[in-house]
Design a binder for this molecule. Structure first.
Ligand SMILES: NC(=O)c1ccc[n+]([C@@H]2O[C@H](COP(=O)([O-])OP(=O)(O)OC[C@H]3O[C@@H](n4cnc5c(N)ncnc54)[C@H](O)[C@@H]3O)[C@@H](O)[C@H]2O)c1
Length: 381
């Protein structure tokens, strides 16, 4: 039986939806692969950008037809009026995730009965202000039987799924979780990442994926145990000075709004051992480096470079194998974005929120964690 074509709208014509040469993300090309849909609107006030991406897509001999009836819009309310089945919201958090009129996109789409895929971070406003809004969004989804997914794609990564499987097989509690996420900052940067006021800073905006994995792999965190220190641009001794910021992206940002160069945080899990996170802005080029080590009694799992097309899960296991030898599980061309979006589209077709690994309510807890880390480390000026 053929499936009905889903009508889709994009809010944001930026990199997350339509890519950029140096980044691995691009929701449109994954959705084109999945098929069974047509794009009816792209909303972006930057009409040069939206025109450019639409023309590129229309030129594709394989997928151009998906965009044949696509309209370019400048306000999300125009898209709302067109009643798509599904909306993808991928704009910076300063323009969404807020109870303020014009920024409450998630709520408006959910109340209109439109399924929502929204990017991380959920918001930019402090959690106290955001929580009632998040509750209203979750209520609207339940009332209207709407599927909502938040873009924590690593929850769908084959290596992360394997980690969870091996931990369950081994049994026992995680004793230590250690995430390292190093931002490569000298090429192809997005200027808004450098301004804490606009992006929320590197923990809220970027390391949020690794805070989310801490919660997904191990469990919730005892917030009272959290401790953070940061190295800033203005710290004595000048160790925090960055010399190679691409495109002068920081020149017009006041020193106290510049992102921390190093963030170190640690905590106790509510029902497991201890966790640490280190984020730094140091690496040359555009290739980020990320590693997560998870240790249980007699088991170590290291997830190496989940952002790369080939990533490795290195396992040292007391049970079954040489306890002194590493066993590598190699994941070649694992497309975690594709798996995330396939799951979302399937959930929409079945109206089955339970297939989604990252709901708004769950992502809210990750948002709170990233804010707690940030607040703990920021020097009050
Ligand atoms: N999950 C991931 O791996 C991942 C990767 C990249 C970005 N993101 C997230 O996606 C979001 C967007 O990031 P990006 O890299 O695409 O940014 P971007 O700067 O490349 O593009 C953002 C676009 O949004 C447009 N925009 C701004 N306000 C708008 C509004 N009110 N309505 C419609 N369009 C508007 C801008 O004109 C711009 O074209 C961010 O929250 C980011 O954290 C997630």
């Amino acid at each position: 039986m053929s499936q009905a074509t889903l009508k889709i709208g994009f809010v944001g014509a930026g990199a997350i939806h339509f890519g950029r040469p140096e980044v691995p993300w691009d929701h449109a090309s994954r959705l084109e692969k999945i098929g069974g849909l047509e794009v009816i609107g792209i909303v972006d006030p930057d009409t040069c950008r939206s025109e450019e991406v639409l023309n590129e897509r229309l030129a594709s001999p394989d997928h151009g037809h998906i965009y044949a009836n696509c309209r370019l819009l400048t306000d999300y309310r125009e898209l709302l009026g067109m009643k798509p089945d599904v909306v993808f919201i991928g704009i910076p958090p300063a323009y969404r995730g807020s109870p303020k009129e014009g920024k409450n996109l998630e709520l408006e789409f959910a109340r209109a009965g439109i399924h929502v895929f929204v990017e991380k971070p959920l918001s930019l406003v402090p959690p106290e202000e955001f929580t009632p809004y998040a509750g209203a969004v979750a209520d609207a989804c339940r009332t209207n039987n709407i599927v909502l997914s938040v873009g924590y794609m690593f929850r769908y990564h084959a290596a992360v799924l394997k980690m969870k499987e091996l931990i369950a097989q081994h049994g026992g509690k995680v004793m230590a979780f250690n995430a390292r996420y190093y931002f490569a900052y000298t090429e192809g940067v997005n200027k808004y990442w450098f301004n804490t006021e606009f992006s929320g800073g590197p923990i809220v905006e970027q390391a949020t994926h690794f805070c989310d994995l801490a919660r997904y792999i191990v469990g919730d965190i005892d917030m009272t145990s959290l401790h953070t220190i940061m190295l800033n641009d203005t710290d004595k001794g000048d160790a925090g000075k960055l010399m190679y910021v691409a495109d002068k992206a920081e020149d017009d940002i006041p020193a106290n709004k510049r992102i921390p160069r190093v963030t170190l945080s640690h905590w106790r899990f509510q029902d497991s051992g201890l966790g640490t996170l280190m984020h730094s802005v140091t690496l040359p080029g555009s290739r980020y480096q990320a590693t997560i080590d998870v240790q249980l009694d007699g088991l170590q799992l290291s997830l190496i470079d989940p952002y790369e097309s080939t990533s490795v899960l290195r396992v040292r296991n007391l049970k079954g194998g040489n306890p002194n030898q590493d066993q590598d599980f190699v994941f070649e061309n694992d497309d975690t974005y594709l798996r995330e979006l396939e799951t979302f589209i399937k959930a929409v077709r079945q109206r089955n929120q339970s297939l989604i690994k990252s709901s708004y309510e769950d992502a809210m807890k990750t948002y709170e964690l990233t804010w707690a880390i940030r607040r703990q480390g920021e020097v009050k000026i």
